[in-house]
Design a protein around this ligand. Structure first.
Ligand code: ADP
Ligand code: MG
Length: 713
């Protein structure tokens, strides 16, 4: 019954019709009555909270005033008035309206939608304006405020919902007032028959209000308390089903996918562990325990290991590999680039010495003869651990028994490439998987993007790491900065200089890189100084050559775009200079900063700031100077730029559209929803219990048939 009402096409709702239906579909993606009632206000007008114009100050985040239009001016490009524009609306670039309430006067300004605003803001009319105060020529005004009709409410409530809108919608007659009327119609039809996808026991256990109450109150709140309850319930519902759908796949897979049983810790693990020159951190121990539990569970491990740069992920990877070897299996470590693979090989070989386990390196540049030997060693099992690049997944590589694959910096490996590892074992037995990443994805986002992977976090740094001093410097200090670089180089240290390279402004950015490089070469001439440069237009041989020159200490300065290999270790580099730092995201700056501070020397990160940076940017860069916590920075980044923008995650996007919850702001609800979803699935993995029938029905909807981009098998 409810299905019928919710699926009813929106054009048959009284007051809509085919023309408005087409608009609702194209502008808001609303096709049915069900879609409409799930289109929530993004803001509420609270008439009890009007500001007085006289009280407005530029520091207020937003203000809401009810004011009468006194006069309207239309201005052209040159700032001169345009009288009677008639058919010359194109010549008008700005509309300025003087408005007043009983306390004073101010101006509202529009640069877009001028014709439409001109028709609405007739002198004498009264409106509610909502926006952020700005200062222009020493006067406060509101630029592009939202404009609402003060009599626009059709509800008795104090709070009136404001819906997403566009000029096309308004021109098509779907104003805020009309939306409220349509919503009333839709709710009156739907609410009496709507079925709650959350069973009663969940509402009771989580203290949530029922769906029909929540929908009524989200659209027409009777007061703030009811609105909060409604919004909490709807956010919980959204995030709960998101997690439930992701986790259910994981439960199904982990039951179906028999994993390789690795019951022992094994001798190689203990030999390595006992010879460690340091004590593992608490976080490393905890993570190893989590991994160990997975490997002896009889199910396949699919675990994401997150840890800031320098947190000691390599050690965890080594010990994990040794568990596999100790149980009679082989392990591989895949790195995204040749330089990284070499570095892993050098580090890991050191750790393996006390164990006698044989380790080899296989990359694109491995010679024919060596390659043949490695292939043979993998096939007869004499090589216990193999480290390499994409060369590892070539067809010719076969293992005797691959028990574990460690994948470093996962976002550079495609899903297809990873899945090819399966075919490497006789009989296609799936190995355990450990994906490592240093990109500090906020927990809320990781839980969503990798909802079907288990998450381990190393959230503690090894003791004794030196703080990296971060300084924010303007162009006027450039010469001082060069002198500082010289002083560091005189101490035998090396310096990174990084330029932003952004796709949209690529040409300009390369130009800046070239100018910057020339300037540095001028200030740091041969033979006293050697400067290397790495950028995306070089061939991979050129890149490799220059990178290696710097890594081996043959160059003092490395100038580059952001192509610097993620994870490359040059312990002797003590200074990271980042040009136009305001153009990088915080997470990206943090990654770059992590390139220094790896050796014994005191390290520095110098953020060069352009001359014109916004207050927001200045604040972000100051935060960068204050904290070295990658997760704090990632959270901040996400709040400011939204989840889609985080480095390494932009491509993957989010699995479903969130209508009301926000990953950036509703982290607590998300983790609650996730652990509750685990609780529900633990009790009833296939949701077969009659009480869970509504959950099962909800998950059958199209929107939950996710692209399974994070799945590795
Ligand atoms: P990541 O790969 O997470 O960036 P690494 O594994 O390269 O970090 O470790 C960074 C440095 O810290 C290495 O020199 C490593 O030897 C050292 N290290 C790792 N774990 C510890 C520990 N528990 N105590 C002291 N030093 C450690
Ligand atoms: Mg590393």
């Amino acid at each position: 019954m409810d299905i019928k009402v919710l699926d009813k096409e929106i054009q048959y709702l009284p007051g809509v019709g085919p023309r408005r239906a087409a608009l609702l579909a194209s502008e808001l993606d609303v096709h049915t009555v069900g879609d409409l009632i799930r289109t929530y206000p993004f803001r509420y007008i609270d008439r009890s909270r009007l500001n007085r114009i006289a009280d407005i100050t530029p520091t207020m985040a937003s203000v809401q005033i009810q004011a009468q239009v006194l006069s309207v001016r239309l201005l052209g490009k040159d700032g001169k008035p345009v009288e009677n524009p008639g058919n010359r609306w194109g010549a008008v670039t700005r509309l300025v309206a003087r408005v007043a309430d009983e306390s004073g006067e101010t101006e509202v300004v529009f640069f877009k939608g001028i014709k439409w605003m001109h028709a609405r803001l007739t002198p004498g009319s009264v409106w509610i304006f909502f926006g952020k105060p700005t200062v222009f020529s020493d006067r406060i005004n509101l630029v592009h405020p939202e404009v609402d009709n003060p009599g626009g409410s059709v509800s008795a409530g104090v709070l009136t919902g404001v819906y997403p809108s566009t000029e096309k919608l308004k021109n098509g007659g779907i104003t805020g007032k009309v939306m409220l009327r349509l919503m009333t119609e839709a709710l009156n039809e739907a609410l009496p028959v709507i079925q709650d996808p959350l069973p009663d026991y969940i509402l009771a256990e989580k203290g949530l209000v029922p769906l029909s109450y929540a929908l009524r109150q989200i659209h027409f709140p009777q007061d703030q308390t009811a609105l909060s309850k409604a919004s909490y319930r709807l956010k919980f519902e959204e995030l709960f089903f998101l997690q439930l759908s992701l986790l259910k796949q994981k439960y199904i897979r982990s039951r179906a996918e028999k994993g390789i049983l690795m019951p022992h810790v094994g001798k190689p693990f203990n030999d390595c562990f006992n010879a460690l020159p340091y004590e593992l951190t608490g976080a490393q121990k905890r993570v190893i325990k989590e991994i160990r539990e997975d490997m002896r569970s009889g199910h396949q491990m699919n675990r994401l290991l997150q840890g800031d740069v320098g947190s000691g992920k390599t050690m965890v990877a080594v010990l994990t590999c040794l568990i596999a070897v100790g149980n009679g299996w082989q392990a591989c470590v895949m790195a995204p680039t040749e330089v990284l693979a070499q570095q892993h090989f050098a580090n890991i070989s050191k750790y393996l010495q006390p164990t006698g386990v044989k380790v080899a390196l296989l990359t694109g540049s491995t010679g024919v003869k060596a390659r043949r030997e490695i292939h043979a060693g993998l096939q007869d099992g004499s090589i216990g651990i193999i480290i390499g690049t994409h060369a590892l997944i070539e067809d010719t590589v076969q293992f005797k028994g691959l028990g574990l694959a460690v994948i470093d910096e996962q976002h550079r490996f495609g899903v297809d490439q990873r899945s090819r590892l399966w075919s490497k074992n006789p009989g296609g037995i799936p190995p355990h998987i450990l994906v490592m990443t240093a990109t500090p994805i906020p927990r809320t986002l990781a839980m969503t993007l990798y909802g079907d992977l288990d998450l381990s976090v190393i959230d503690e740094m090894p003791p004794g790491r030196k703080k990296i001093q971060t300084l924010l410097v303007g162009e006027n200090k450039r010469i001082a900065m060069f002198n500082f670089m010289k002083a560091q180089i005189a101490k035998g240290r090396q310096v990174f200089v990084v330029y932003p390279l952004i796709f949209e402004s690529e040409k300009m950015d390369y130009h800046n890189l070239e100018l910057g490089f020339e300037e540095i070469v001028r200030h740091f001439p041969l033979p006293d100084y050697k400067v290397a440069i790495v950028h995306g237009k070089q061939t991979s041989e050129e890149k490799q050559f220059n990178m290696s020159a710097f890594a081996a200490g043959r160059a003092n300065i490395l100038v580059s775009t952001t192509v610097i290999e993620v994870g490359v270790d040059v312990p002797n580099a003590s200074v990271m200079v980042i040009e136009s730092a305001e153009r990088f995201g915080l997470s990206q700056l943090h990654q770059l900063r992590g390139r220094v501070g790896r050796g014994a020397a005191e390290s520095f990160c110098i953020l060069m700031r352009g001359d014109k940076v916004s207050r927001e940017s200045q604040k972000r860069l100051e935060l960068m100077c204050r904290t070295e916590d990658g997760f704090v920075l990632a959270e901040e980044d996400m709040k400011m730029r939204g989840p889609g923008d985080l480095e390494g995650t932009a491509q993957s996007g989010l699995p479903i559209r969130l209508n009301i919850a926000s990953l950036a702001h509703d982290g607590l609800i998300l983790s609650d929803a996730r652990s509750y979803a685990v609780h529900v699935l633990d009790a009833d993995p296939a949701l077969d219990a009659p009480v869970n029938a509504p959950l099962k029905a909800e998950l059958r909807k199209d929107k939950y048939t996710l692209r399974d981009y994070s799945k590795i098998s």
